[in-house]
Design a binder for this molecule. Structure first.
Ligand SMILES: C[S@@+](CC[C@H](N)C(=O)[O-])C[C@H]1O[C@@H](n2cnc3c(N)ncnc32)[C@H](O)[C@@H]1O
Length: 273
């Protein structure tokens, strides 16, 4: 346990963040509709950067196991850590997945005990830079030298982009929250925006957070490109031929610097020195 962290993992996260996830919507979020793009792109990036199976993967902030499920089916030995008890219960029922309560800032795992540590979500809700670097440093400690750390971030302008797409940006209260997020990165809990308290990254700052956690030479991957903003994206995702074309373009443009902050999400990856 790191100094300064006390109480149970569930008690350490903000009550509104816990309340958001206790609504139980996370399990279905990536399985249907436009968010399937985030799911397939996450899968595409991870399948290329992870050490080959069998290997031990710690899925920190793994929620109900939407990624742990396919990682286990791919042959990985998956341990999922999450502070939300209902997530841990759901994930613990998946074949090949061990799930337990925990906090990304203080992992109860031995040094160098995993081949890869995933943080696909915790950085969204760690609103201070110190906490984000601490979570990344914990991932670095637990991943073995030569192993890998991958972390997802939400992009700075995502709230504004989506409020315009959904025609909610005309509401002054929604506009104020989304604009403040674009200015500072901090999203205040607000039903109109449809998420909870979070931090949205400027596309360059994650590199410094990785470096300060002892993870130099990190590489960013834009997940959705511009496609999450398209009105008719479901038609493309439903049609296997068009989906394959779209995923291919998203893959080929994932390192394009001008698109990094346009995508809703990035996954940043570093090999542990
Ligand atoms: C948006 S969900 C992402 C879930 C899943 N990994 C995915 O990629 O779809 C964010 C997850 O981070 C978890 N989380 C929030 N704060 C955390 C913390 N301090 N440590 C670990 N996980 C945390 C939440 O409980 C939630 O399951």
């Amino acid at each position: 346990m790191l100094a300064g962290m006390s109480g149970s993992p569930s008690s350490r996260i903000a009550p509104e963040v816990m309340g958001h996830y206790l609504q139980g919507r996370e399990d279905g979020r990536l399985r249907s509709g436009r968010n399937r793009l985030e799911f397939w792109r996450t899968q595409d990036v991870l399948r290329r950067v992870l050490p080959p199976a069998p290997a031990r993967v710690l899925d920190v902030g793994g929620a109900s196991g939407v990624h742990a499920e396919w990682l286990a089916a791919d042959g990985y030995d998956v341990e999922l850590i999450d502070p939300v008890p209902t997530h841990v219960e759901q994930a613990g029922r998946l074949a090949g997945v061990v799930a337990r309560l925990g906090d990304a800032r203080a992992l109860e795992a031995a040094d160098a005990s995993a081949d890869a540590v995933l943080l696909l979500g915790p950085l969204y809700h760690l609103t201070t830079r110190g906490d984000r670097v601490r979570a990344l440093a914990e991932a670095r400690r637990v991943a073995r030298p030569g192993g890998m750390v991958a972390a997802a971030t939400i992009s700075r302008w995502a709230a504004v982009h989506h409020m315009i797409r959904l025609d909610r940006y005309t509401d002054p209260a929604v506009r104020e929250v989304a604009d403040e997020c674009a200015r500072t990165g901090l999203l205040r809990e607000n039903d109109g925006v449809g998420f909870t308290t979070a931090y949205f990254h400027d596309s360059d700052e994650i590199i410094g957070e990785f470096a300060d956690a002892g993870l130099p030479d990190a590489r960013r991957h834009a997940l959705e490109g511009v496609f999450a903003l398209y009105a008719d994206i479901d038609e493309w995702l439903d049609d296997p031929e068009r989906r394959a074309l779209l995923l291919d373009v998203a893959r080929r443009s994932e390192h394009e610097p001008t698109l990094l902050g346009v995508a809703d999400h990035m996954i940043t990856v570093a090999v542990v020195p």
